[in-house]
Design a protein around this ligand. Structure first.
Ligand code: ZN
Length: 250
């Protein structure tokens, strides 16, 4: 099966890429949480990160993989709503995911396996997804490989530069009152919200296809999202054409 290849900056144990299978309805019905989706979609293969290893990805690598998944499903443009703190107007923030990721690349200070940075006398590995389960309070202390515990703020700053996550404040200007404000954006949160909104469409598309072809739910769920949406569009077009013919005939 072919899929989208995502090159990782750090990888896991020498494997530096993920290949994502095309999303099916079964994937959409089973998981909206981005990490669960990555786990379902990441194909096994030589030098590919998959399965349990995904939890060992750095935060930045994980966000780059989620950005690639977002692009596979929705394209490159992100449209987010912001509510103005000054006048409560709702306006749209639009940006290119490619431009965002291009502006948030690792600064080159991390090296080794696991990838680590040097801060004074301390060697500190980059945080991985699995570091965020359990007690996140002592996160920095748990990242120390050798040397004394570093200043937490300096460590956070250095780690962020070494492996930027796609989690940031987007600056927007209200078109009504010119108030400038920051709107928090999280790649993982945004993909999850987008997929949750799509749940209603999944049910509708399954209904349309089942009504026309009498395939089982499992068969329809095994279609890729792209194929399912294509069938649904054809059925809608056919219905609309049928409705026009009925009107013309009467
Ligand atoms: Zn405003």
């Amino acid at each position: 099966m072919s899929g989208d290849r995502v090159d990782l900056c750090f990888g896991v144990g020498g494997a530096k890429a993920i290949v994502l299978a095309p999303l099916t309805g079964a994937d959409e019905a089973a998981a909206a949480a981005p990490d669960h989706l990555l786990r379902r979609l990441a194909l096994t293969g030589e030098r590919l990160v998959h399965g349990e290893e995904l939890a060992q990805m750095t935060i930045g690598d994980r966000d780059r993989a989620i950005a690639a998944l977002f692009r596979q499903l929705y394209g490159d443009v992100v449209q987010a709503d912001a509510v103005c703190a000054g006048c409560a107007a709702t306006y749209e923030i639009r940006f290119s995911l490619a431009a965002l990721t291009a502006g948030r690349v690792p600064d080159g200070t991390a090296s080794g396996d696991p990838a680590a940075i040097t801060l004074g006398d301390t060697r500190l590995r980059l945080p991985q997804m699995r570091d965020f389960t359990g007690a996140p309070d002592d996160l920095i202390a748990r990242l120390v490989l050798t040397g004394p515990d570093p200043d937490p703020q300096a460590a956070e700053h250095a780690l962020e530069g070494a492996d930027p996550a796609l989690e940031l404040d987007l600056t927007g200007t209200c078109p009504e009152c010119d108030t400038v404000q920051a709107t928090p954006f999280s790649m993982a949160g945004f993909l999850q919200a987008s997929m949750q909104r799509d749940r209603a469409f999944l049910a509708r598309e399954v209904h349309l296809i089942a009504s026309a072809y009498h395939w089982s739910l499992a068969e329809i769920h095994s279609l890729t999202r792209h194929d399912r949406q294509t069938y649904a569009r054809l059925l809608i077009a056919e219905r609309e054409a049928g409705a026009v013919q009925i009107r013309r005939a009467s």
